[in-house]
Design a protein around this ligand. Structure first.
Ligand SMILES: C[S@@+](CC[C@H](N)C(=O)[O-])C[C@H]1O[C@@H](n2cnc3c(N)ncnc32)[C@H](O)[C@@H]1O
Length: 235
């Protein structure tokens, strides 16, 4: 029990906890634990940090080999990424998600499974594809169940739009593919129309993951609601 706790009686608990000093201290203690864990695993972590956050990064150098690179955008807790990377050791996989907690989880799991063909980055997907990924460097993108932002006033937050298509086109290798899936059918229809209207891409048969590679969201939605799948390649 801290000295504070002895001085502040329990019936003043609410007042005590609403004190900004207490809140700052509590938050700092919470984050300190994560910072310490990150620091201790800095040598073995699969997370990468570009040398310059405003320039395309030397992605291949982070893998240290010439294998093709595939990207899971919004990898979540990494079920697909980990299973697919295990099944394809001759391919490099790059997982991107904006939630630090999820990237940390995937990092820990990949290290426990000794997967050397995975690298991870905590980053916003549009920024990563537009500014950080090198041109003509990505063989395949997997974009499974991106946030659909169903409310009309939030549609501008959706990942797929003409600027994102430009970024995909810039970073894909010639003939490189994109596999997209969603449970939100209006968003699915919007993405299909966007791609079909873009002459730089051609539709290919949709990618269906193996049962052991299904993402958390796919496992949740399968059998409950129809899932839209669309795959296309750079022409
Ligand atoms: C609905 S979940 C799907 C996760 C996983 N792909 C799956 O199918 O289980 C969306 C994931 O994308 C991440 N995400 C959403 N918008 C993002 C963005 N703009 N940039 C990067 N990650 C994003 C979220 O943090 C979340 O992990």
């Amino acid at each position: 029990m801290t000295l504070n706790r002895l001085i502040i009686p329990p019936w003043r608990d609410h007042w005590f906890k609403s004190n900004p000093c207490y809140q700052f201290q509590a938050r700092w203690k919470f984050h300190r634990a994560f910072l310490w864990r990150d620091f201790m695993s800095i040598e073995t972590s699969l997370r990468i940090f570009p040398p310059d956050w405003t320039q395309p990064m030397p992605l291949r150098d982070f893998f240290g080999n010439d294998q093709p690179i595939e990207v899971d955008l919004g990898c979540g807790k990494g079920r697909f990424l980990l299973a697919h990377a295990t099944a394809h050791p001759n391919v490099n996989f790059f997982g991107v998600d904006r939630m630090l907690r999820r990237i940390r989880k995937v990092d820990n799991k990949a290290r426990r499974q000794a997967l050397s063909n995975i690298r991870l980055m905590r980053m916003e997907a549009y920024y990563a594809t537009t500014y950080l990924l090198p041109p003509a460097s990505i063989a395949t993108y997997y974009i499974f169940f991106p946030d659909p932002w169903p409310k009309k006033r939030h549609h501008e937050h959706r990942l797929f739009n003409s600027r994102f298509m430009d970024a995909l086109h810039r970073t894909l290798t010639p003939g490189g593919g994109v596999h997209f899936a969603t449970d939100h059918l209006p968003y699915f229809a919007e993405v299909c129309a966007l791609i079909r209207a873009d002459r730089r891409f051609a539709e290919i048969p949709p990618f269906v993951p193996e049962p052991e590679e299904q993402t958390d969201f796919e496992r949740y939605y399968i059998g409950r609601t129809p899932i839209g799948r669309f795959s296309f390649r750079k022409t």
